[in-house]
Design a protein around this ligand. Structure first.
Ligand code: PLP
Length: 361
C-alpha cells in the first residue's frame, strides 16, 4: 500500500472511532468520511454516489449482482464465458443448479477473446439476459471491448455486468459512456487495502437486500461499514488516477521489455492470450518450455525474491491448473507463469526475472 493510503487509514483509526450509523457526533464524523469517500469514488467512475455500494470486494460484488439480477430483475438467462473468474463462474453454476436461470457460454476466438458474433447470436436467442463478461482477464490480461459489448446488450434489452476488478484504477472509466449496468472493484488491485471494494449498480437496476440486517448501504448490504478500509480505498483510487497516464506508460514499457527479454533468453516460451494486442498492461501470461522442471520453478523464483503466480499445470499437484488457459486451448501440461506488473516495479526487476528464468530453463 502507498504511504499516503496508510497515513489516511491510520488517521481514520485514531480519530474516526464512531459507528457511521450512530447519531452522536463521533458517529456523524464517520458517516461524513464514508460519504465523502463514496462521492470521491463515484466521481472517478462518473456515476451518482447513490449507484455505488461498498462491499468486501470482487467476489461479493459478483455474487450479489448475479443473484440480484436473477432473483429481483427477472433475468432468466445468464450469458458469460469459460474464462471468467470463479466468483462469476461458480455463482452462475450455482444459479443454474437451482434452476433459477439457464447459463450460456460465449465461444472464444483464437486469442481467447469472447466472440462478439456468438454473443450476438446468444442475445438474439435470449433477449433480456444478464451478460457477465469481465473487462480484463485476471490471468491473461485480455481486454473486452466493453463499449461494443454494452451496445450489443442494449440492442437486445439485456443487462450488462462487467467484472472490472482488474481494470478499475488502471484506466479512466466513465461508466455512463461505457454503458455498463453493473461493475465491481477490489481496492487491493489499485494499491488499496485488502477486503474492501465496491459494486456499481446503475439507477433502475437496484436489487433487493442480499445481506439482511441493518439499513446500511441503502438496505441492500447490511453490516457496519469498514470505515478505514473505505477511506483507504478512496485515497488509493485517487492516487491511481493522479498518476494513471505515467503509470500506464511505465508499466507498458516493463511488459514489452519482459516479452522481448523472455523471447531472447528463454527459447520456446509462448505468450498466452492477446499479450501484444488488446491486453491489460499489468498482466502477462507465459508458457515455458516442457524441459523446464515445473517442480522447482516457483520456489526458485521465490528464493530469488520474485513474486509471481503459476498460470497453470502447477508442480505440486495440489493446484488443478488454470481453467482460463484450458478454456483457451493452451497446452496446460506446460508450466506457465502469470506475471503482474505495477508502478512500483522496475526495469531491473524485469531483467532479473528473465535472467533467473533463463538460468532455470
Ligand atoms: N474478479 C477478478 C477478475 C479478480 O482478479 C479477483 C481477485 O483477484 C476477484 C474477482 C475477486 O476479488 P476479491 O478476492 O477481492 O473478492
Amino acid at each position: 500500500m502507498e504511504g499516503a493510503v496508510i497515513e489516511e487509514m491510520l488517521l481514520c483509526m485514531e480519530t474516526l472511532w464512531g459507528n457511521p450509523s450512530s447519531v452522536h457526533e463521533a458517529g456523524r464524523r464517520s458517516r461524513v468520511a464514508v460519504e465523502n469517500a463514496r462521492r470521491k469514488v463515484a466521481g472517478f467512475l462518473k456515476v451518482a454516489p447513490s449507484e455505488l455500494f461498498f462491499c468486501s470486494g470482487g467476489t461479493e460484488g459478483n455474487n450479489a449482482i448475479l443473484w440480484g439480477a436473477v432473483r429481483d430483475l427477472g433475468c432468466r438467462h445468464l450469458i458469460t464465458c469459460a474464462t471468467e473468474h470463479p466468483a462469476v463462474l461458480k455463482t452462475a453454476e450455482n444459479i443454474a443448479r437451482q434452476g433459477l436461470a439457464e447459463v450460456h457460454h460465449v465461444c472464444l476466438d483464437a486469442k481467447g477473446h469472447p466472440s462478439t458474433d456468438h454473443l450476438s447470436e446468444l442475445l438474439s436467442a435470449h433477449p433480456g439476459a444478464l451478460v457477465s463478461l469481465m473487462h480484463a482477464n485476471n490471468e491473461t490480461g485480455n481486454l473486452l471491448p466493453v463499449k461494443a459489448v454494452a451496445e450489443l446488450c442494449r440492442k437486445h434489452h439485456a443487462l450488462f455486468h462487467s467484472d472490472t476488478v482488474q481494470s478499475i484504477g488502471k484506466f479512466h472509466m466513465d461508466m455512463q459512456k461505457l454503458s455498463m449496468d453493473f461493475a465491481v472493484a477490489s481496492a487491493h488491485k489499485f494499491h488499496g487495502p485488502k477486503g474492501v471494494g465496491f459494486m456499481v449498480v446503475r439507477q433502475g437496476h437496484f436489487f433487493k437486500a442480499y445481506i439482511d440486517g441493518g439499513g446500511q448501504e441503502r438496505l441492500i448490504r447490511a453490516g457496519t461499514e469498514n470505515v478505514c478500509g473505505i477511506v483507504g480505498m478512496a485515497k488509493a483510487l485517487e492516487l491511481a488516477h493522479a498518476s494513471m497516464e505515467r503509470d500506464q506508460e511505465h508499466i507498458t514499457g516493463l511488459k514489452e521489455a519482459c516479452i522481448r527479454l523472455l523471447r531472447e533468453k528463454v527459447a520456446g516460451c509462448l505468450f498466452n492470450g492477446d499479450a501484444e494486442g488488446s491486453s491489460l498492461h499489468t498482466i502477462l501470461n507465459v508458457s515455458l518450455p516442457p524441459a523446464l522442471d515445473a517442480e522447482i520453478l516457483l520456489p526458485r523464483l521465490d528464493i530469488a525474491g520474485i513474486c509471481v503466480s503459476s498460470g497453470s499445470a502447477c508442480a505440486s499437484g495440489a493446484h488443478k491448473g488454470s481453467h482460463v488457459l484450458a478454456a483457451m486451448g493452451v497446452d496446460t501440461r506446460l508450466p506457465s507463469l502469470r506475471i503482474s506488473f505495477s508502478r512500483h516495479n522496475t526495469m531491473d526487476e524485469v531483467k532479473q526475472l528473465a535472467t533467473v528464468l533463463a538460468g532455470i530453463t
